[in-house]
Design a protein around this ligand. Structure first.
Ligand code: GLY
Length: 585
């Protein structure tokens, strides 16, 4: 058994120590590749292997398989991520795609380095808040979630091209090949895609290219139909051949800009040419002997997760009863959410008090304000703004045969994004402009009342809740993330707490979920998940309870470096997801 040095509980690990700490798992993986038999065990939506070499969990089996196809061609976790992400663009457009954006954490096994890719969309130069307000000053929700005014300049293609150039091993043409093949040959749409097209069909029908894509032959597709996307296949080919230039310049860009302008949007060729993915330093902290690596701004999620874990670090949750434990976790959520919308925005535009928010001493003060036996009212805390969740996003997690890891959360925002396909490009555009605080003092479609830190400005990125994260212990690792708007943050927190408690990948994805986000001052509980005793216990402490919430599409992978077991688990709430572990040939 390999021995690792346990990091001290609150002392940050230096880059050098961390690299040493991390080289070992790569050696373990190598021995396994050279080593041995393969033994899989199917559970509900989960496969584990006693001697696997790579693990991928995504929300769609075709996307997961695309990742393995590319690993088998000699790619690493980054190449596999490109294959998964581009395939999701084809098979799961309701949640993410080339017309959207993503945030990703990458762990390089050879150097132990962790880095963060910000491929968040940005506002076009001509962004104008007045476009998102009615004459009486009320928010114009149609403009912020439907059609081309709703769409930020996509970051997805630039982010993928950047990642692969800097950290991948294979040319884009290899990693994008599975997505092109699936788009050309066709696939059976999932129930989620069929349902999504039905849900927003009226808006899709407004735009000719959306109608052509999502109602082939004039009919909404069924799960038994073969669904093709030849227009997107052509755009993916241009991307595969020319990288970011194949999307942000030339015929694809010209087609998108012309379609956006013809339908009332403001995009220009200069906006597309100006888009760049950003590489940023992740947030790191220690919690219960584990190193947690998570998303920095423009995500609000990583700061909130760090703040919540810092608060909880001073509380012994392990042997507490369920109600008491939930009470402390909910109070940590309340305090972190009070801060997160107040201060955070695009780091290229906004100065943020990150030192304060991430400080254990700041968390000490917040912890002391928690009453042991009753809920704090949000109104007792200094006033701040509230945020409600977005609807549709996607997360996938990868550990390759060398121990490289990618944790990537992708989005087009609400179901099928802006519902606007940009002409013959076949690209469905996001409605991410709605994640800005578009109309000062007015809530957006999900209840966001904007702070100035997240006001729309030319070429600024809108705040995101996406929180791709890694958790690294002396002999166990977790790659985790989730869709779910602001509940992404609390789902990832609960997943990290479950992992620290020793839960497996499948147990983490199956955990019952609860959420508090400061305002509304209410605890959301997963429908039919909690006992009457728990609900009554929380009510007795003064909590308002909504026990009718449903959510979940988490995808995690874990690695036990002592036993060599990698496990991949897709959320049991999502029938299309299938985590997989595989040998690499
Ligand atoms: N559009 C969802 C998010 O980025 O938080």
């Amino acid at each position: 058994m390999l021995k690792f040095r346990e990091p001290p509980a609150q002392e940050p690990l230096s880059g050098r120590r961390f690299a040493r700490f991390h080289r070992w798992p790569a050696i373990v993986a190598f021995l396994l590749v050279a080593g041995a038999g393969f033994d899989t065990q199917a559970q509900s939506g989960v496969l584990t292997a006693t001697q696997p070499t790579a693990a991928i969990a995504s929300a769609n089996a075709l996307a997961t398989n695309a990742g393995f196809e590319v690993l088998n061609k000699g790619g690493n976790a980054v190449d596999a991520a490109v294959a998964v992400a581009t395939t999701l663009s084809v098979v799961q457009p309701e949640a993410s795609g080339m017309g959207g954006g993503f945030l990703a954490l990458i762990h390089d096994a050879a150097t132990g380095k962790d880095t963060f890719i910000d491929a968040r969309e940005m506002a076009p130069a001509a962004v104008n808040s007045a476009d998102y307000a009615n004459a009486d000053g009320s928010p114009n929700r149609d403009h912020s979630v439907n059609g081309p005014l709703a769409a930020g300049i996509p970051g997805y293609p630039a982010g993928l091209a950047y990642m692969v150039e800097k950290y991948g091993k294979l040319p884009l043409s290899v990693s994008v090949a599975p997505a092109i093949r699936i788009a050309e040959n066709g696939f059976h749409p999932t129930e989620s895609l069929v349902r999504s097209i039905q849900q927003v069909g009226d808006v899709l029908r407004r735009y000719p290219a959306s109608k052509a894509k999502f109602f082939p032959g004039g009919k909404a597709p069924q799960t038994t139909d073969l669904f093709r996307d030849k227009a997107q296949a052509r755009t993916l080919k241009a991307f595969a051949a020319k990288g970011a230039k194949g999307f942000y310049a030339g015929p694809v860009a010209e087609e998108m800009v012309a379609a956006v302008k013809a339908a009332g949007g403001t995009w220009t060729m200069a906006d597309l040419a100006a888009y760049e993915a950003r590489e940023r330093t992740p947030i790191e902290l220690n919690y219960a002997g584990y190193k947690v690596i998570t998303a920095p701004p423009v995500s609000s999620g990583g700061v909130a997760i760090a703040e919540m874990l810092n608060i909880l670090a001073g509380i012994d949750l392990k042997d507490m009863g369920e109600v008491q434990r939930m009470h402390y976790v909910i109070e940590a959520m309340r305090r972190a959410f009070r801060d997160h919308n107040e201060y955070l925005g695009d780091p290229d535009f906004v100065k943020m008090p990150l030192d304060m928010l991430l400080s254990p001493y700041y968390a000490d003060g917040l912890r002391q304000s928690i009453l042991p036996d009753r809920a704090t009212k949000s109104s007792w805390l200094p006033a701040a703004h509230a945020k409600e969740p977005g609807m549709h996003t996607m997360h996938f997690s990868i550990i390759d045969q060398h121990g490289n890891m990618v944790s990537m959360t992708c989005t087009v925002n609400t179901t099928l994004g802006s519902k606007f396909v940009a002409g013959k490009s076949g690209i469905l555009l996001n409605d991410e402009m709605d994640d800005f605080a578009l109309v000062a003092g007015k809530p957006n479609a999900f209840g966001l009342i904007g702070g100035s830190a997240n006001a729309p400005v030319a070429h600024k990125r809108m705040l995101s809740s996406m929180s791709p994260s890694l958790v690294i212990g002396k002999d166990r690792l977790l790659v985790i993330g989730s869709p779910g708007g602001s509940t992404i943050i609390t789902q990832v927190l609960e997943g990290i707490l479950g992992f620290v408690d020793g839960k497996s990948a499948s147990e983490i994805t199956a955990q019952k979920r609860y959420h508090h986000q400061y305002l509304p001052d209410r605890v959301d509980l997963e429908r039919n998940a909690f006992s009457a005793d728990v609900i009554d216990g929380l009510r007795a402490m003064g909590y308002e309870i909504n026990d009718q919430r449903s959510w979940g599409n988490m995808n995690v992978v874990t690695w036990d470096t002592t036993t060599g077991v990698k496990a991949a688990a897709s959320d049991p709430r999502n029938p299309a997801g299938l985590g997989k572990v595989e040998t690499i040939h």
